[in-house]
Design a protein around this ligand. Structure first.
Ligand code: B3K
Ligand code: ZN
Length: 880
C-alpha cells in the first residue's frame, strides 16, 4: 500500500506554538483558476513557547498545501531565498526577529479543487471549508487552533459576484479602478484559521433581526441561490429559537452585529460554524413543506442550533489541538440534543440519538478505528470527525450533567466560558471547570475521555422478602480495543426505577423518590434498597444514563410489562427493542438451522397493545413499532450472518403486518387528518405513526393497502406523506408500479436538488428495488455527479450503508462495487472516499465467506495506487 507520507501525530508530542499571529490581513483577488491571495501577518514570538533561544530564534513554520508561492517579504523587504525553504506540507522561514510583519503572496486554483477543502467553487459560487486543516490550502499559515488571530479580509471579484462575504462585520466596500467589486470584513474576535470563511456569488438572501437579552439588535441573513429563496423560513425560525434558548439555558448572548448563513450544494458534511458566517450544506438548511420531509425539518432545526451553539462552545472557547475535538463537538452535540428535546418530544429525540449510538458508534468502538473520546494519536484528523467524538462525546457531557445535576452543571459551564473566553483549551479544562464550580471530584470519571470501547454492564438482582430489601449487583467490563488491552473501571451513573406488580412506580427511599442514580465506580458493586415490600421489576439505565451495553435477564413477560407500565418513556421503548432483538436473534438461529420460523407471538402481543394505546405520544408509538435495523442487528450478535439477518427481519415484519393489519388500518385512518402542513412536534408525531402504519399495511402486499399508498402519493399534500407513500410503493409494490411512480416523481421534481437527492437515496436503499444493477444505472443518471458529496452519499452511501440486503449479496459484488467507487473517489475527494469505505472495515465480524470477500475488496483498494492519507489510514488500520 502506498501513500506519500503516512505519518502519525501524537497528543503527547503537543508543544505550544513558537510564534503567534496577532493580526491577519487577507486580500483575495478571485479568479477560478488563478486566485491571488495576499496575506499580511503580524508575527510575534510566543512568550509561552518552549524556549531554547540561545542558538537563535527558532524557524517559523507555516503550513501550506497545493499553493504556488509568489513572494515573501519581511518588514517590507523581500526575503532572500536562503531564508526560506518550501517543504512537503509547508514553508520554513528564518527571520531572527521576535516580532515582524510578514507578507506572502500565493496563487491557488479554486476551480480544480475537488476536495472541497480550502477555497473551492460550488455551482459557480466561491466558498471555503477550513476545519480542520483547510486553511493551509488557501495560504501559508500556522494552521493550528491554538494560534488565534484577529482577521481582516478584503475580497475583490468581478461584478458577476455581487455578494462578497467573510467573517465579522462589513467595514468597507467599493469598486476597483477596473470596475470590480471590493468588500472588506473585520472580525474583532481573535480566532483560529479553521473558523475563517469566505463566500462570493450571485446570491439572494432573506433577512430578519434578533434582539439579544441585553437589547442589542442582530441582523440575521440567510443567503442562497435565487431559486431556493422560498426555502429559508424554517432555518431562520430555528436560528432565532436557538439564539433565545442559548440565552435562557446557558446565559450565552450572541456577540457580533450580524449572523449569516450561506447554503451551498457541494459540501463534505452538514455545516460549518465559521465565526459569524456559517456555511451549510443546502440539504441541511433549505426546506419547504412541498419539498422537505419532517425528518429534514427536524434535522435542519438541530443543525442550525448546533452551528449557532458553537459560537460559544467552539469559537469563543476553542480547542487547543485536534485531540481535543470532542471538547467542542461533544459539548455542542449535547447542547443541540437538549435544545431539540425542548422543542420536540424529549423521549423521541433520546431514542433517535441512542439508536444512532448503538447502531454506528458501538460498531466504531468495536472496529479497527476504535478510539477514545480524546484520541492519543491520528494520521489524518479528518478521519476523527467520528461518532465517538461527537455522539459518545455528547454522552460523556450528559453523564457529567447527570452526576452533578442541572444547576451544578450550569455553574460549571458558566465558569468554563468565563475562565476560558478567547482561549484555546483542553477537555481537561472543561472537567476542571465542572469540578471547581461545584467542589466536585470527577477524577475517576475522566477515564471516559481516555478509554475506548463500549462498556458492558451485567446486572443481577436479588429480593429478600423477609427483610424487604432489594439488591442490584452490577458488573462492568470494557472489551480490549486496538492499542488498549487493559481497561479500568469507569464511573457509570445508572438511573433506576422499580415497578410494582400493579405497574405502579415504587418508592425507593423514605423521601418517596421513584428514581435513583447509582454511581458505579468498581468492577463489581452492589446497591441495596430498603423498605421494598414486594418483588419489584427493575427499570434500568433509564433515559440511557450511560453509553453502555446493559444485560439483564428479563423474561418476555417482564419486557411486555415494562412496555405497558414504565414511567420512563425511553425504557418503555427500550423494552420493546429488547424483545424485538431477542426475537430476531432466535429467528436467525432457526433460519441457520433450516428450521421452520416460529411466529413472533410475544412481539405481536406487545405491538398490538402499543397500537391500542391511544393516549401514548404517537411519535413514541411509531418508534416502538419500528424494528431494529439490520445494521443494529448486525452489531448485536457475535458474528454477522447477513442472509440470516435479512431473512429474520423480513419474516418478523411481514408476520406482524399480516397479524395486525386491521389495527394498522384503524390507526392509519384515525391519524389521516386533512390539515395544512406544519412542522410542529404534534403534527410530526401524528404523521410518523400514520406512515409507520402505512408501511406495515403495504408490507402485506394487499392491493387495497397499495391503493391507499397510491392515493396518499397522489394527494401530494406535503413531502413527508408523499415520500412515505412513494417509499412504501417502491419497497412493496409491483416493480412496474414503482418504476412508474419514481419516474413521475422525478418528472415533477427534477429542478429541485434536495428532492432529487432523496429520490436517489430512496431507490438505492430499497431492499427490494435497489439492486446493484439499478444502483449502477443511477450512477449514469444525468443528475448524478461524483463530485457532489450529497449525491454520492445518496446513491453509493444509500446502497452500502442502508441497503443491507443488496449490499451483502452472496456473490460479493456489492463489496467490489463499493471498492471501485472508493478508488474513483479518492482521487477527487479523499474525505468522502474515506467515509464511504466504513462498511468494509468491519470484515472480521462477518462469517468466513463474506469476511474473505470484504477483505479482498479492501486489499484491492490498498493496491490500487497511491492513496490519500485519509483513505490510507482507514484501510491500513482495517487490514491489520
Ligand atoms: N465543525 C464542523 C465539522 C468540520 C468537519 C471537518 N472535516 C461541523 C460541526 O461539527 O459543527
Ligand atoms: Zn460541531
Amino acid at each position: 500500500m502506498k501513500n506519500a507520507q503516512p505519518h502519525t501525530i501524537y497528543l503527547k508530542d503537543y508543544q505550544a506554538p513558537d510564534y503567534l499571529i496577532d493580526r491577519t490581513e487577507l486580500l483575495f483577488d478571485l479568479k477560478p483558476n488563478a486566485t491571488l491571495v495576499t496575506s499580511r501577518l503580524l508575527v510575534r514570538r510566543n512568550p509561552d513557547a518552549v524556549k531554547d533561544d540561545e542558538a537563535g530564534l527558532p524557524a517559523l513554520w507555516l503550513d501550506g498545501i497545493d499553493l504556488e508561492l509568489l513572494s515573501i517579504a519581511v518588514d517590507g523587504a523581500l526575503l532572500p531565498a536562503q531564508r526560506f525553504r518550501e517543504e512537503a506540507g509547508g514553508l520554513s522561514l528564518t527571520v531572527d526577529k521576535p516580532e515582524f510583519l510578514l507578507e506572502i503572496q500565493t496563487r491557488i486554483a479554486p476551480e480544480s479543487n475537488t476536495s472541497l477543502e480550502g477555497l473551492y467553487l460550488s455551482n459557480g459560487m466561491y466558498c471555503t471549508q477550513c476545519e480542520a486543516e483547510g486553511f493551509r490550502k488557501i495560504t501559508f499559515y500556522p494552521d493550528r487552533p491554538d494560534v488565534m488571530s484577529v482577521f481582516t479580509t478584503t475580497i475583490v471579484a468581478p461584478a458577476t459576484y455581487p455578494v462578497l462575504l467573510s467573517n465579522g462585520n462589513k467595514v468597507d466596500s467599493g469598486t476597483t479602478e477596473d470596475g470590480r467589486l471590493r468588500v472588506t470584513w473585520e472580525d474583532p474576535f481573535a480566532k483560529p484559521s479553521y473558523l475563517f470563511a469566505l463566500v462570493a456569488g450571485d446570491l439572494q438572501y432573506v433577512e430578519d433581526t434578533f434582539t439579544t437579552c441585553s437589547g442589542r439588535n442582530v441582523k440575521l441573513q440567510l443567503f442562497t441561490e435565487a431559486r431556493n429563496i422560498g426555502k429559508c423560513a424554517h432555518a431562520m425560525t430555528s436560528l432565532k429559537r436557538s439564539m433565545r434558548w442559548d440565552e435562557e439555558v446557558y446565559g450565552r448572548e450572541y456577540d457580533l452585529d450580524i449572523f449569516m448563513i450561506v447554503a451551498v450544494d457541494h459540501f463534505n458534511m452538514g455545516a460549518m460554524e465559521n465565526k459569524g458566517l456559517n456555511i451549510f450544506n443546502s440539504a441541511c438548511v433549505l426546506a419547504s413543506p412541498e419539498t422537505a420531509t419532517d425528518t429534514a425539518f427536524q434535522r435542519i432545526e438541530a443543525i442550525v442550533a448546533h452551528e449557532y451553539f458553537h459560537n460559544w462552545s467552539g469559537n469563543r472557547v476553542t480547542c487547543r489541538d485536534w485531540f481535543q475535538l470532542s471538547l467542542k463537538e461533544g459539548f455542542t452535540v449535547f447542547r443541540d440534543a437538549e435544545f431539540s428535546a425542548d422543542m420536540n418530544s424529549r423521549a423521541v429525540k433520546r431514542i433517535e440519538d441512542v439508536t444512532l449510538l448503538r447502531t454506528a458508534q458501538f460498531a466504531e468502538d468495536a472496529g479497527p478505528m476504535s478510539h477514545p473520546v480524546r484520541p492519543d494519536s491520528y494520521m489524518e484528523i479528518s478521519n476523527f470527525y467520528t461518532l465517538t467524538i461527537y455522539e459518545k462525546g455528547a454522552e460523556v457531557v450528559r453523564m457529567i450533567h447527570t452526576i452533578l445535576g442541572a444547576e451544578a452543571f450550569r455553574r460549571g459551564s458558566d465558569l468554563y466560558f468565563e475562565r476560558h473566553d478567547g482561549c484555546a483549551v483542553t477537555c481537561e479544562d472543561f472537567v476542571v471547570a465542572m469540578e471547581d464550580a461545584n467542589n466536585a471530584d470527577l477524577k475517576q470519571f475522566r477515564r471516559w475521555y481516555d478509554q475506548a470501547g463500549t462498556p458492558v454492564l451485567d446486572v443481577q438482582d436479588e429480593y429478600d422478602a423477609e427483610n424487604a430489601t432489594y439488591t442490584l449487583t452490577f458488573h462492568q467490563h470494557t472489551p480490549a480495543t486496538p492499542g488498549q488491552e487493559e481497561k479500568l473501571p469507569l464511573h457509570i451513573p445508572v438511573a433506576v426505577g422499580l415497578l410494582g406488580a400493579n405497574g405502579d412506580a415504587l418508592a425507593l427511599d423514605e423521601s418517596d423518590s421513584k428514581e435513583k442514580v447509582f454511581h458505579l465506580t468498581e468492577a463489581t458493586q452492589s446497591f441495596t434498597l430498603h423498605g421494598i415490600n414486594e418483588r419489584p421489576l427493575p427499570s434500568l439505565l433509564r433515559g440511557f444514563s450511560a453509553p453502555v451495553k446493559l444485560r439483564f435477564d428479563y423474561s418476555n413477560t417482564q419486557l411486555l410489562f415494562l412496555m405497558q407500565h414504565d414511567t420512563d418513556a425511553f425504557n418503555r421503548w427500550d423494552a420493546c427493542q429488547r424483545l424485538a432483538l431477542r426475537t430476531l436473534e432466535q429467528l436467525q438461529t432457526q433460519y441457520r438451522a433450516g428450521d421452520v420460523l416460529e411466529s413472533p407471538t410475544a412481539l405481536i402481543d406487545g405491538f398490538s397493545a402499543v397500537l391500542g394505546h391511544t393516549e401514548l405520544d404517537p411519535a413514541l408509538v411509531a418508534k416502538m413499532l419500528t424494528l431494529p435495523s439490520a445494521q443494529e442487528m448486525a452489531e448485536q450478535g457475535s458474528e454477522i450472518d447477513a442472509e440470516a439477518i435479512v431473512a429474520a427481519r423480513e419474516f418478523v415484519r411481514s408476520t406482524i403486518a399480516g397479524a395486525l393489519k386491521s389495527r394498522f388500518l384503524t390507526r392509519y385512518h384515525a391519524l389521516d387528518e386533512r390539515k395544512a402542513y406544519q412542522p410542529t412536534a404534534e403534527d410530526i408525531a401524528q404523521r410518523s405513526l400514520k406512515n409507520t402504519c402505512l408501511a406495515y399495511l403495504c408490507n402485506t402486499g394487499d392491493e387495497d393497502a397499495l391503493t391507499l399508498a397510491q392515493a396518499q402519493f397522489e394527494r401530494g399534500e406535503n413531502m413527508t406523506d408523499v415520500s412515505a407513500a412513494l417509499a412504501a410503493l417502491v419497497e412493496y409494490g409491483a416493480e412496474g408500479v414503482a418504476e412508474e411512480r419514481l419516474a413521475s416523481f422525478y418528472q415533477q421534481w427534477q429542478h429541485d436538488t434536495q428532492v432529487v437527492e432523496s429520490w436517489f437515496g430512496m431507490q438505492s436503499s430499497s431492499a427490494s428495488f435497489g439492486s446493484l444493477g439499478r444502483v449502477r444505472q443511477l450512477l449514469s443518471h444525468p443528475a448524478f455527479e461524483l463530485k457532489n458529496p450529497n449525491k454520492v452519499r445518496a446513491v453509493i452511501g444509500g446502497f452500502a450503508m442502508r441497503n443491507f440486503k443488496q449490499f451483502h449479496r452472496e456473490d460479493g459484488s456489492g463489496y467490489e462495487f463499493l471498492a471501485d467507487q472508493v478508488i474513483a473517489l479518492d482521487g477527487l475527494n479523499p474525505q468522502i472516499a474515506s467515509r464511504l469505505v466504513t462498511p468494509l472495515t468491519r470484515w472480521k465480524k462477518y462469517r468466513a465467506r463474506e469476511a474473505e470477500q470484504i477483505q479482498g475488496a479492501l486489499k484491492r483498494i490498498a493496491d490500487s495506487g497511491e492513496l490519500s492519507p485519509d483513505l490510507y489510514e482507514v484501510v491500513s488500520k482495517s487490514l491489520t
